[in-house]
Design a protein around this ligand. Structure first.
Ligand code: 3H9
Length: 702
């Protein structure tokens, strides 16, 4: 006989004989918000006060155990009981408490399990402490209890990598006690009954000792100093785990103080903006319609981009037809895809069996006729409008009715391409970023006539490819490359006006970019920008200051960056660690300054960052104002997932809010004294400064 009582909307207690099952039911991910905390505390207190049952098992309804603290509460005043308080109540329970995990037990969810007196995970469960991705540290005992169960090395690894650990590894490491199969409620019942029968042992984690592992602590600190010196929370995680070797309560206090300190940092705000932003970009009406069915995808072009796209589609399980015009190109494409898949196996992204299956779904073909039966075509040939128009005209006659025709163009007019077909509603831009099987951004470009279900299919595809799909409207460069075209000029102006390429790179790397713009240019190939500048030479605004003098001069030597061994830096066999500046470039800079009568100025690192970031924000503001991007958050995600923008800064417009519109306007007006054609205050920014509003306000308006 069982009897179920609701503690509140999220927590219920089922009594079965001499055991109680406490169920957490707070869709979608059972986050430990105030209702869950209150309900759990009350359930444990009531059961202890009643003294009716001999064991308690906590489990969760729905697709997962608790996914952590409720992240939406972090910007609100703390509501009690706090999660640490609730977990202390559970740990102190006189009646033994077991947690049964399924899906993911992350952050506060894992911490809840660690505070229980025993842990059972269903097969396939993953545990983890991903707080570090949010600029936080585990703040509900994770840094104190996990090392007591597993040792410090594993606890440090889990808390600093944020990785999800499968049940088998968790069991081997001592984080859980047992793996079971079945329904969470049924496993919870039999576990509680076993506790009563004495066949499942329980213990309090706080009663265990955590042994100081000085080698792990020192090694981790040295690694962080090298790789994550600018981040706050990872260093505090090491300090907190180290503290676990001492008194338990003192360790909890240290952890709690450190958590509160992290909560106050701009890094935490930036990272949480990134967390919700990643989800917000597809939380729009355009993404929610019913998509078309896609099983077979045609990819036209076996170059780096086409091969990357094909790889990504294969990894996601699609059948892919790779098209080239000549056998040589096809062979090269097949070789690149095979190499990409090998890399995925090496990096444990897929198994060897999955790779073999993927290669079995890859069908090379010469000519477009092989695309008659595909559901989606992604064209990835070189950027020439006439070539694209010719291809789309042919696809229109070859492809079956209802097939989607997509171009991977990075700046060309999708409408012009669509209009050379009799089915412009089926045409869309799907702009991948290189390497396409690695980079997570996908700009989904809506043409004037793109059908709603074609757009929805773009978003569904992004999800299946595990990419972040962002809606963009048609313009030269869409969201990302249009903004890039504007601010990359600023990097060049800074060099012409006095900074060295290395100074610009260093300042921006200290700001948080993985690589400065000159290193990125060398990596991408300087010839790409050179070709674009030559192509646009006739359409350049004569009033605008030319930014390409130095890059042109470097390219004229046949130096295109890493692939030729020389660019802004010198490369030995394509490698650049540490990068050595190309001395000849300094000579070119001097010559250009002399030709143009420029007297070089000195720029501090802060001035370099301010000018570069302000330039980025100016064009990003215009992209929001004219509707190319739907909201500021869409631009932020384009930059986080496609342009290496430092995630902890949240994106260019989240960062802009930390400066404020009024200060930005004032900066632009100051800079404009030297170059009024480049530096113009966008109307929207001026209005925001006058109204005292922010980009976050625009995000809320949607
Ligand atoms: C923490 O625990 C701190 C403690 O140490 C100390 C405290 C004192 N809260 O990702 P999905 C929403 S910090 C609130 O699309 P999936 C999400 O926004 C926390 N909301 O599903 C989305 O909303 P919408 C540490 C959350 O199946 C919806 O749920 N934990 C939370 O692809 C579905 O999410 C983490 O960092 C949350 N904790 O993936 C884990 N989690 O539908 C964060 C999700 O409106 N969560 N939402 O867009 C995840 O990694 C994934 O959500 C998960 C499911 C893997 C669980």
């Amino acid at each position: 006989m069982s009897d179920i009582k609701k503690v509140n909307d999220q927590i219920s207690i089922e009594s079965v004989g001499d055991v109680a099952l406490v169920c957490i039911n707070f869709p979608p991910v059972n986050a430990a918000g105030i209702g869950v905390r209150e309900g759990l505390s009350k359930a444990i207190e009531t059961l202890n006060a009643e003294g009716r049952v001999k064991a308690i098992a906590i489990y969760a309804a729905g697709r997962t155990f608790v996914a952590g603290a409720d992240i939406t509460e972090f910007d609100k005043p703390l509501m009690q009981p706090s999660l640490p308080e609730t977990l202390n109540t559970i740990e102190a329970s006189r009646i033994p408490v077991i947690c049964v995990l399924h899906g993911t037990a992350l952050g506060g969810g894992l911490e809840l399990a660690l505070a229980a007196h025993g842990r059972i995970a269903l097969e396939g469960t993953r545990i983890g402490l991903p707080e570090v991705f949010l600029g936080l540290l585990p703040g509900a005992g994770g840094t104190q209890r996990l090392p007591r169960l597993t040792g410090m090395a594993f606890a440090l690894d889990v808390a600093l990598s944020g990785r999800q650990v499968y049940a088998k590894e968790a069991l081997d490491q001592g984080a859980i006690d047992r793996i079971a199969s079945g329904d969470p409620r049924d496993v919870a019942l039999s576990a509680a009954q076993e506790v009563v029968a004495g066949t499942l042992a329980t213990r309090r984690t706080c009663d265990l000792d955590s042994e100081l592992d000085q080698a792990a602590i020192d090694g981790t600190r040295a690694m962080l100093k090298k790789k994550q010196a600018h981040l706050v929370s990872p260093h505090l995680i090491v300090d907190a785990v180290e503290q676990s070797a001492g008194d338990f309560d003192a360790g909890l206090k240290f952890e709690s103080d450190s958590f509160m300190a992290c909560l106050d940092t701009p890094q935490r705000a930036g990272l949480i903006h990134a967390f919700f932003g990643e989800r917000a970009v597809s939380n729009i009406a355009e993404a929610k319609g019913a998509p078309r069915d896609i099983a077979k995808i045609g990819v036209i072009g076996g170059g780096t981009m086409g091969s990357g796209i094909a790889t990504s589609c294969l990894i996601a399980g699609y059948t892919v037809r790779l098209i080239e015009v000549a056998q040589e190109g096809l062979d090269r494409g097949m070789a690149t895809i095979t190499k990409n898949l090998e890399g995925a196996v090496r990096r444990s992204k897929m198994s060897a069996e999955a790779r073999d299956a993927a290669l079995g779904r890859l069908h090379p073909a010469l000519g477009l006729d092989a695309l008659a039966d595909v559901d989606l075509v992604i064209e990835a040939v070189f950027e020439q409008m006439e070539v694209k128009k010719d291809i789309f005209g042919k696809l229109d006659t070859i492809c079956k009715k209802g097939a989607i025709l997509a171009s991977n163009t990075s700046y060309l007019d999708i409408n012009e391409i669509a209009d050379c077909t009799a089915r412009p509603g089926d045409v869309i831009g799907l702009h991948f970023f290189s390497p396409a099987h690695v980079m997570r951004l996908l700009e989904i470009v809506q043409g004037a006539k793109t059908d709603a279900d074609v757009l929805a299919t773009g978003f569904a595809l992004a999800k299946k490819l595990k990419k972040v799909g962002v809606l963009a409207q048609v313009c030269d460069g869409f969201i990302g490359n249009r903004i890039l075209a504007h601010y990359s000029k600023m990097a060049s102006y800074l060099v012409l006006d006095g900074a060295s390429p290395q100074e610009v790179d260093t300042a921006l790397e200290e700001f948080g970019f993985a690589m400065g713009p000159h290193k990125v240019g060398d990596l991408a190939g300087l010839d790409i920008g050179w070709m674009t500048r030559k192509r646009k030479a006739g359409t350049r605004d004569p009033r605008e200051r030319y930014a390409g003098d130095l890059a042109d001069r470097i390219c004229e030597q046949g130096w295109f960056g890493r692939k030729t061994g020389k660019g802004y830096y010198l490369y030995d066999d394509g490698a650049a660690v540490p990068p050595v500046p190309n001395e000849a470039v300094a000579g070119f800079i001097d010559a250009i300054r002399a030709e143009k009568g420029i007297t070089p100025k000195t720029f501090s690192n802060q001035e370099i960052v301010d000018r570069y970031m302000t330039a980025m924000i100016v064009e990003a503001t215009r992209v929001v104002a004219d509707g190319t991007a739907k909201r500021p958050v869409d631009i932020d995600m384009v930059f986080l997932f496609g342009y290496g923008f430092p995630r902890f800064r949240g994106g260019p417009l989240h960062y802009a809010d930390t400066i404020g519109a009024a200060e930005l306007v004032s900066r632009i007006e100051t800079y404009a004294k030297d170059d009024e054609d480049y530096w113009q205050v966008p109307d929207l920014l001026r209005k925001m400064a006058a109204d005292g509003t922010s980009f976050a306000d625009l995000n809320k308006e949607g």
